[in-house]
Design a protein around this ligand. Structure first.
Ligand SMILES: *Cc1c(COP(=O)(O)O)cnc(C)c1O
Length: 329
């Protein structure tokens, strides 16, 4: 393994720090998916994690690492979804002021949901990039601490605690399938699992509309792409042209990246709903999408799939899964 800025000792310390905020999530076997694929398929249910996604692990890891002076200045980030929820929740639990920057295009219900968690929402500009520019300004002007959604070693160490749980709960595991956007989740899991067992295969899955990490890997450097609409909205966004950690960690710890279509994502959401009675957002279902579409082939492997989150409007969810509920494979 090439030299990594993390080590397992740090991840174990992180686990202790974040345990007041996070659950050790359940793992269930997918009997149907196992018989369809010929592999042993186990689902790690981060969609049942505290406040609805694994992002709480990274947020808690970063926030609990701060000094008391830093905590007083407050934390800041730009996000409309799971990361904003997680940062707001942990900050609030600790009495730390929290500012979330969003663009004017973010729907009012999302803004309200974040306000309801106790965050101050600052609306600025017309894109996620604009919102991030505001973050930088407030960081410099008010000394607020950035909780980056993925490109931060504390955050990555938080996500890596999922890898520890998988190693302990499923010692026979041979492969792990992980939703991939900025790469904090897969960097952490890949690092922890390959450090313990280098033969574990780590596969990333992204949507086929604007998969920035996928194209960055092919280009050999971080690239930029315009965002596109997708059911997997939590996977939207870039990796940062000035990426510090995740691009290199994905190069080191990820064996392959697979892309899935919108239809495959919707079918996977319907599958999880019907077979497991789970409401999973698009980003959380991409691993199952890659298996159902046979883009990842069985090879008899003991396979864990990370089901990463459940943050989706119920009417929107029902509309997406409806066409697939009657004719499942
Ligand atoms: C953030 C997020 C991801 C992607 O995580 P990265 O660390 O950016 O790769 C996947 N699924 C859900 C539900 C998320 O919120």
């Amino acid at each position: 393994m090439t030299n990594s800025p993390l080590n397992l000792e740090i991840v174990y310390q992180t686990r202790q720090m974040i345990s007041p905020y996070c659950l050790r999530t359940n793992i269930v076997r997918s009997n149907r998916l196992s018989s369809v694929t010929g592999a042993n398929i186990l689902l790690k249910l981060e969609c049942l994690q505290n406040i609805g996604s694994f992002k709480i692990r990274g947020a808690a890891s970063k926030i609990t690492s701060l000094t008391s002076a830093e905590k007083q200045n407050g934390v800041i980030t730009a996000s409309t979804g799971n990361h904003a929820r997680a940062v707001s929740y942990v900050a609030k639990q600790n009495g730390i002021p929290v500012t979330i920057c969003m663009s004017e295009d973010v729907p009012e219900n999302k803004v309200e949901a974040i306000r309801a968690l106790g965050a101050e929402v600052v609306i600025f500009g017309h894109s996620q990039d604009d919102a991030f520019r505001k973050v930088t300004e407030l960081q410099e002007r008010e000394g607020k601490i950035l909780v980056h959604p993925f490109d931060d070693l504390h955050v990555i160490s938080g996500q890596a605690t999922i890898g520890l749980e998988l190693i302990e709960d499923l010692p026979h595991l041979e492969r792990v399938i992980v939703p991939l956007s900025g790469g904090g989740l897969i960097s952490g899991i890949g690092f922890a699992m390959k450090t313990v067992n280098p033969s574990i295969e780590v596969l990333g899955v992204s949507m086929d509309s604007a998969p920035v990490m996928y194209h960055s890997l092919r280009a050999g450097r971080p690239i930029q792409m315009p965002e596109e609409d997708t059911l997997a909205d939590s996977l939207r966004g870039g990796i940062g042209l000035d990426n510090r950690f995740t691009f290199q960690m994905v190069q080191n710890f990820v064996d392959d990246v697979i892309l899935v279509t919108e239809k495959e994502i919707a079918a996977a959401m319907a599958y999880l709903f019907k077979e497991h009675r789970l409401v999973v957002e698009g980003a959380g279902a991409v691993g199952v999408a890659a298996l159902l579409s046979q883009k990842i082939l069985p090879k008899d492997k003991n396979t864990a799939v990370i089901i990463s989150g459940n943050n989706i409007d119920i009417p929107f969810f029902l509309k997406a899964v409806q066409p697939y509920l009657n004719n499942m494979i």
